[in-house]
Design a protein around this ligand. Sequence first.
Ligand SMILES: [Mg+2]
Length: 171
Amino acid sequence: MKPSMKKIAPRSAWLPDYVAPTVRDIDVDALLARGITHLALDLDETLVPHGGNTLTTEDMVFLAHARQLGLKLFIASNTLRNIDVISQAIPAHAVRATLVSRKPFRVYYRRLITAAAVPPQHIAMAGDNVLNDVYGANRAGLVTIFVPARTRWRRALYRRYSKWVLRQRHF
Ligand SMILES: [Mg+2]
């Protein structure tokens, strides 16, 4: 499948650098070409439906391919539930949130950057939450990818945002 990730011209911390309709649309080659070495993925509504514990086979294949191409994968989630099954299945290093160290705060993103051990501009954060995943990661200096939520009604909450993002496309 040809990835359909689109480049945005972000003029605000509320805008992502890229928008991808699904996780599998993330263009790994484009990320590698701009020096991205680490891809941090939000969990709920990005990799799985909210509270889910099972990735689809298609997403597993995509993530395995991304790793083969050289991307190091992280799970960057605010969930407090045990996600060992998911992080071991990918496999990806999970940077766990606590009640005080969580997205969108700098203290959380600093831990992610420390875990990656590369400057933030080499880390891409992909997620469905505009505040936690786009704004927070932008402020921390990461490259950001907005992936609309998996669940239809949650996606609907951000429909106007998605349209606004797509109007900022980079041609
Ligand atoms: Mg999410």
